[in-house]
Write a protein that binds this ligand. Structure first.
Ligand SMILES: *[C@@H]1O[C@H](CO)[C@@H](O)[C@H](O)[C@H]1NC(C)=O
Length: 329
């Protein structure tokens, strides 16, 4: 009888005890499944010099765990609260069962902590999901860009309510390769905002309210500004000429009345459908002085749904591997 009573008591108590009472393997498995956990794991990737409030809470929680469960402390959780010492996200720099004094020592004291907070006072990687070098902030109700971890290479902040990109938005993000801000309300980007991004390749700004383009990073390969309010006056005369790696230039569904140029020789796709282009300037695609010159890569030009009659400019296409798509009669 006593034995059964003990078992019943045990059965009642077990669910209360929570994850710490589970066998180590089971705990690990659960943690792998939980999205909350994967968010917490991503925290240390965030920022080495900017410990977040999230870290802070983890630290406090762990201290009490430590008291209660001592050596049962799961290794995975410990590492998520580890000080941002190493560069490796997988880190095992902190051994399991680190005593709490070491942990409390990781409490952020620097004013730099504020740097990792969003406008609402929440750490970036709580509002967004940080996975490796990617930061996913899609559909997160953001009205401006949160400060990003220095290691960010891929930023997705689609479908928010961002209206402006300030000069410091991407400061110091030397690894940033892709920015995707499509589906926001961006009407202005500061001139200095994108310029100091040495690694940037893909800039996706489709479905916003831009009337003008800021100066672009030289390494840009894909520029997507479809479905904005771009006017020809909002594109600097030399905006694309110096972008020697630009391959895809998507400017459809805007208010352009001329073909932007000069276009770099690396260009493969030029999409200008659904604009107000009614004329072709001399040399828009081909150098009129150099008749042997060809632009083999530029195979995909779209000028459909523009008021232009492409038949009026028969000498404009001689260097192209294919005629543009559009109205020819
Ligand atoms: C387009 O230009 C060509 C060549 O001048 C002309 O024959 C044709 O009628 C024009 N089409 C339209 C719709 O204006």
């Amino acid at each position: 009888m006593k034995f059964w009573a003990f078992l019943t008591l045990l059965a009642l108590l077990l669910p209360e005890a929570g994850p710490a009472s589970l066998p180590k393997k089971e705990r690990k498995r659960r943690e792998e499944q939980s999205p909350e956990e994967s968010k917490a794991h991503a925290v240390p990737h965030v920022g080495h010099d900017v410990p977040s409030v999230d870290d802070y809470h983890e630290v406090i929680d762990l201290s009490s765990y430590e008291e209660d469960y001592g050596d049962q402390l799961p290794e995975v959780e410990l590492s998520s609260a580890a000080p941002p010492a190493g560069t490796s996200p997988a880190r095992s720099t902190v051994p399991p069962r680190t005593p709490s004094p070491t942990l409390t020592g990781t409490r952020p004291t620097a004013p730099g902590r504020l740097h990792s907070l969003t406008s609402g006072g929440l750490p970036t990687c709580l509002v967004c999901v940080c996975l490796g070098s990617s930061v996913y902030c899609d559909d997160a109700d953001l009205d401006h860009l949160p400060p990003l971890p220095r290691t960010t290479a891929y930023l997705y902040a689609r479908f928010n309510r961002i209206t402006h990109v300030g000069a410091g938005a991407f400061q110091g993000l030397t690894k940033l390769k892709r920015i995707d801000l499509s589906g926001n309300l961006i009407s202005s980007i500061d001139a200095e905002a994108l310029h100091p991004l040495p690694a940037l390749q893909d800039l996706i700004l489709s479905e916003n309210r831009l009337a003008a383009l800021p100066p672009l990073p030289r390494g840009t390969e894909i520029l997507d500004v479809r479905r904005n309010r771009l006017r020809s006056s909002g594109i600097q005369p030399e905006a694309f000429g110096a972008l020697e790696r630009l391959q895809f230039l998507y400017l459809a569904d805007n208010l352009l009345d001329a073909i932007p140029g000069p276009l770099p020789l690396s260009l493969r796709s030029l999409h200008l459908q659904n604009n107000r282009i009614d004329s072709l300037q001399r040399g828009a695609f081909c150098d009129p002085e150099e008749h042997r010159h060809t632009r083999r890569p530029l195979e995909d030009i779209r000028l459909d749904h523009n008021p232009i009659n492409l038949s009026l400019f028969p000498e404009a296409y001689f260097c192209l591997p294919r005629l543009p798509i559009g109205r020819f009669t």
